[in-house]
Design a protein around this ligand. Structure first.
Ligand code: HEC
Ligand code: HEC
Ligand code: HEC
Ligand code: HEC
Ligand code: HEC
Ligand code: HEC
Ligand code: HEC
Length: 269
C-alpha cells in the first residue's frame, strides 16, 4: 500500500493562483530590495483596486500596515499599480464591488502559495525531510510571522515578547523554567534549530558535535590539547574525545536534557 502525503487544502482563489503560476516575471523593488516575483496572485476577471479601497471595510488590518515590513514593497510593473495589500491578497476589484463576496480574494492563511511567489526558497525549506508541517497545512506562516503590522519576524524589533515566546507557545516543554537552564536558549531557539526545516533530525542546524562546538570551542593550543575546551563560556574541562565516539553530545547518555534540566547542571535527566 502506498500512502500519499497530505496535500495542502486549496481554496478556490489559491487554486487559481496555482494554475496561473506559469506567468512571466515581475520585478518588485523598494529602497533596499529587488526581488523577482514568480507570479502575483491571480483572480480571474479581477483588476487591482489599490490599498486605499480596503480601509473602509478592513480598518483593523489597514490601520497599522504602515509599520509592517511588507508595506515597504511596491511592484513597479504598470499593470499592477499600488499593490500593498494586493501583493498578498491578489487583485481585489471583484471583491470590492461585490462587498466581499466569497471566493473573490486570496487568503494566504489557507495556503502559503501567496508567500512563495516572492519567497520561493521557503518552499524548498519546508520540503526538507525535517520541517514544520506548513505544506501539510498543519501550521501556517502567520503562526510565526506578522504580516499586517510591525516586524514580519515576530519577537524582533520593538516587540515585548521574545522570538522564543513564539516557539514555546506551541512547544511548552522547552519553555521551562528549569532549575538548570541551558543559557544557549538566551541566544534563541534558532541558534540550534532552523525554524523552517532542515536535512538534520529535529530541524537542527548541525547534526553532530559541531552544533555545540560553535559556542563551546575546541582549542587545541591549550594545555588540554585535543580536548574540547569549554573555557570560552564554561570552566569544567573534561576530556570529551572518547565520549564523542559514542554518539552526539545530546545522546549517548550525556546531555539529553539539552534545553534544561531540573536534576543536573550538565543537562541530564
Ligand atoms: C465593501 C467592503 C469591502 C472592501 C472595500 C474590501 N473588503 Fe475584504 N471583505 C469584505 C467582507 C464583507 C469580507 C467577508 C466577511 C469577513 O470575513 O469579514 C471580506 C473578507 C476579506 C478577506 C478574508 C477572505 C477569506 O476568505 O478569509 C480578505 C483577505 C480581504 N477581505 C481582503 C481585502 C483587501 C485586501 C481589500 C482591499 C483591496 C478588501 N478586502 C476590500 C468586505 C470588503
Ligand atoms: C505579506 C502579505 C500580506 C499583506 C501585504 C497583507 N496581508 Fe492581509 N493577510 C495576510 C495573511 C497571511 C492573512 C491570514 C492571517 C490570519 O488569518 O491571521 C491575511 C488576512 C487578512 C484578512 C482576513 C482577516 C481575518 O480575520 O480573516 C483581511 C481582511 C486582510 N488580510 C486585509 C489586508 C489589508 C487591508 C492589507 C493592506 C493594508 C493586507 N491585508 C496586507 C497576508 C497579507
Ligand atoms: C510581493 C512580494 C512578497 C510577498 C507576496 C511576500 N513577501 Fe515577505 N518579503 C518580501 C520582501 C521583498 C522582503 C524583504 C523586505 C526587507 O528586507 O525589508 C520580505 C521580507 C519578509 C520577511 C523577513 C522580514 C525581516 O525582518 O527580515 C518575512 C518573515 C516575510 N517576508 C514573510 C512573508 C510571508 C509570511 C508572506 C505571505 C503571507 C510574504 N512574506 C509575502 C516580499 C514579499
Ligand atoms: C515555526 C515558525 C515559523 C514558520 C511556520 C515560518 N517561519 Fe519564517 N522565520 C521564522 C523565524 C524564527 C525566522 C527568523 C530566523 C532567524 O532569525 O534566523 C524566520 C525568518 C523568515 C524570513 C527571513 C529570513 C530568511 O530565512 O529568508 C522569511 C523571508 C520567512 N521567514 C518566510 C516565511 C514564510 C514564507 C513562511 C511560510 C511559508 C514561514 N516563514 C514560516 C519562523 C517561522
Ligand atoms: C503553531 C505551533 C508551532 C509553533 C509556533 C512552532 N512550532 Fe515547532 N512544531 C509544531 C508542529 C505541529 C511540529 C510537528 C510535530 C510533529 O510532526 O509531530 C513541530 C515540530 C518542531 C520540531 C521538530 C520536532 C521533531 O520531533 O522532529 C522542532 C525542533 C520545532 N518544532 C522547533 C520550533 C521552533 C524553534 C519554533 C520557533 C521558531 C517553533 N517550533 C514554533 C508546531 C509549532
Ligand atoms: C543548544 C542548542 C539548542 C537550543 C538553543 C534549542 N534546542 Fe531544541 N533541541 C536541541 C537538540 C540537540 C534536540 C534533539 C534532542 C534529541 O534528539 O533528543 C532538540 C530537540 C527539540 C525538539 C524536539 C523534542 C522532542 O522530544 O522530539 C523541540 C520541539 C525543540 N527542540 C524546541 C526548541 C525550542 C522551542 C527552543 C527554544 C526555546 C529550542 N529547542 C532551543 C538543541 C537545542
Ligand atoms: C548559542 C551558544 C551555545 C550553544 C550552541 C551550545 N551552548 Fe552549551 N552553553 C552555552 C552557554 C552560554 C552556557 C552557560 C555557561 C556558563 O554558565 O558558564 C552553556 C552551558 C552548557 C553546559 C553546562 C556547563 C556547566 O558546567 O554548567 C553544558 C553541559 C552545555 N552547555 C552543553 C552543550 C551541548 C551539549 C551543546 C550542543 C547540543 C551546547 N551546549 C550548545 C551556550 C551554548
Amino acid at each position: 500500500m502506498t500512502s500519499r502525503p497530505p496535500r495542502p487544502r486549496w481554496t478556490k482563489p489559491a487554486l487559481i493562483l496555482g494554475i496561473t503560476s506559469a506567468l512571466g516575471l515581475l520585478l518588485i523593488s523598494c529602497a533596499e530590495v529587488n526581488r523577482a516575483v514568480v507570479a502575483p496572485p491571480q483572480i480571474a476577471g479581477a483588476k487591482y483596486a489599490g490599498s486605499k479601497q480596503c480601509v473602509q471595510c478592513h480598518a483593523d488590518e489597514a490601520s497599522h500596515f504602515a509599520s509592517a515590513t511588507h508595506s515597504k514593497l511596491h511592484l513597479t510593473d504598470d499593470k499592477v499599480g499600488d499593490t500593498g495589500c494586493e501583493a498578498c491578497h491578489g487583485p481585489a476589484s471583484l471583491h470590492v464591488t461585490s462587498g466581499g463576496a466569497a471566493g473573490t480574494i486570496v487568503n494566504p492563511k489557507k495556503s502559503p502559495e501567496a508567500c512563495f511567489q516572492c519567497h520561493l526558497d521557503k518552499r524548498s525549506q519546508f520540503s526538507l525531510p525535517n520541517s514544520h508541517p506548513v505544506l501539510a497545512g498543519k501550521i501556517s506562516c502567520v503562526d510565526c510571522h506578522d504580516v499586517h503590522s510591525g516586524n514580519a519576524i515576530r519577537g524582533t524589533g520593538a516587540a515585548l515578547a521574545s522570538q522564543n515566546d513564539t516557539c514555546t507557545s506551541c512547544h511548552t516543554q522547552q519553555k521551562g523554567p528549569f532549575v538548570f537552564e541551558h543559557r544557549a536558549l538566551k541566544e534563541g531557539c534558532v541558534s540550534c534549530h532552523n525554524p523552517h526545516g532542515s536535512i538534520n533530525q529535529k530541524m537542527l542546524v548541525a547534526r553532530d558535535a559541531n552544533l555545540c562546538l560553535r559556542c563551546h570551542l575546541e582549542a587545541p593550543s591549550t594545555p588540554n590539547a585535543g580536548q574540547i575546551n569549554a573555557n570560552a563560556i564554561n570552566t569544567s574541562v573534561q576530556n570529551h574525545n572518547a565520549r564523542l565516539m559514542q554518539g552526539t553530545c545530546w545522546s549517548a547518555g550525556c546531555h539529553e536534557a539539552i534545553h534544561g534540566s531540573n536534576a543536573n547542571n550538565h543537562f541530564r535527566y
